[in-house]
Write a protein that binds this ligand. Structure first.
Ligand code: AMP
Ligand code: FES
Ligand code: ZN
Ligand code: ZN
Length: 312
């Protein structure tokens, strides 16, 4: 196959667009698409400081590189945040943090590494405590809490995460499956700021997972390729497999699902549920935003304190 633009040998075939591109033109196409997403959803204005959440995986690193080029052109600033979750299997967290730091330094981006253990527990301990059947949802809440807090403390007005098109659709399907309609009504690629909450953006929301992989490989970016040892058997992985099976037989179906959600479903839901979305106050313990009296992070922290004291 040949590159549609220059006729050189193609490096990436894009079945959803019925085309193929060489390495150089794919990289350019990828970065332009991220820029288009950022502008389309009004994700970043010039002069802003954007905190980029980097896990060390391919998506968040692809986002970091694409945004660092865009930052110069659009006139915004980038800082990095990485959380060491304390997952030991195969030195998982340690390698994730090392790789994130190597890339921040390569790009000259100021960053902060935060260790969950500073708060008295790790994700491995959280998994062993079995507060819930699966640790992933609690881990997700812990990440959201810390990323928001640190982004705000670093003076950022936006928090960018590397969720890609597949991640986004998987969450839409998951909310649908479990009937979490109010969650769906709040689910959008760019969430405006709220008291105590930094605006959350997903610059890769129109980027299929496979393209992030091609981008990091073509650019020679070192990334952490492992999956979290706690993720095995998660529904999220099955939903992604189902989406990929659909895409294989119907190229472009992921983009059409996304567009239907953005243009038709989200506007209806958000209008219907606007008044039902709970008011956000401040946690009585840590002061972070929450709709409960005590935020979930503090409740997890308290439960872990008790468990760890008992086992010592
Ligand atoms: P995940 O929830 O693991 O699918 O990750 C989704 C996004 O959250 C990533 O693309 C990152 O932007 C962010 N993220 C996940 N884990 C971390 C971490 N340990 N430190 C910083 N950001 C993270
Ligand atoms: Fe959180 Fe795996 S990264 S449970
Ligand atoms: Zn080309
Ligand atoms: Zn709290």
């Amino acid at each position: 196959m040949r590159c549609r633009i220059c006729g050189a040998e193609a490096a990436v075939r894009l079945r959803y667009a019925n085309t193929a591109l060489c390495g150089e033109h794919f990289v350019r196409f990828f970065e332009r698409r991220v820029e288009r997403t950022v502008r389309k959803f009004g994700m970043i204005e010039s002069g802003e400081r954007v905190a980029v959440a980097v896990s060390g995986g391919k998506d968040s690193l692809a986002m970091l590189y694409a945004l660092s080029g865009l930052a110069e052109r659009m006139g915004f600033e980038i800082v990095g945040i990485t959380i060491d979750l304390g997952i030991e299997g195969g030195r998982y967290s340690e390698r994730c943090v090392e790789i994130a730091v190597e890339n921040y330094e390569r790009l000259g981006i100021p960053y902060k590494v935060v260790r969950l253990s500073e708060y008295g527990f790790t994700v491995d301990e959280l998994a062993r405590a079995r507060l819930r059947p699966r640790v992933c949802s609690l881990c997700g809440s812990v990440k959201r809490h810390l990323l928001n807090k640190i982004a705000r403390e670093m003076g950022a007005s936006r928090l960018a995460t590397g969720h890609n098109l597949d991640d986004f659709l998987q969450v839409v399907l998951q909310h649908y499956l479990f009937g979490r309609i109010e969650e769906l009504a709040k689910f959008y690629p760019a969430i405006p700021p709220a008291p105590g909450m930094v605006s959350r953006i997903k610059p890769l929301v129109e980027t299929p997972e496979r393209d992030s992989m091609a981008y990091v490989l073509l650019k020679g970016i070192e990334y952490h390729g492992g999956t979290c040892p706690h993720a095995r058997g998660a529904t999220s992985l099955d939903l992604k497999r189902a989406l990929n099976a659909l895409e294989r037989d119907h190229p472009g179906v992921k983009f059409s699902m996304f567009n239907v959600y953005i243009k038709s479903i989200y506007p209806l839901l958000s209008r219907e549920y606007m008044s039902k979305i709970e008011d956000v106050g401040a946690c009585e313990i840590c002061g972070e935003p929450t709709s409960a009296r005590i935020c979930l992070f503090c409740r997890i922290r308290e439960a872990m304190k008790k468990r760890l004291k008992k086992s010592n």
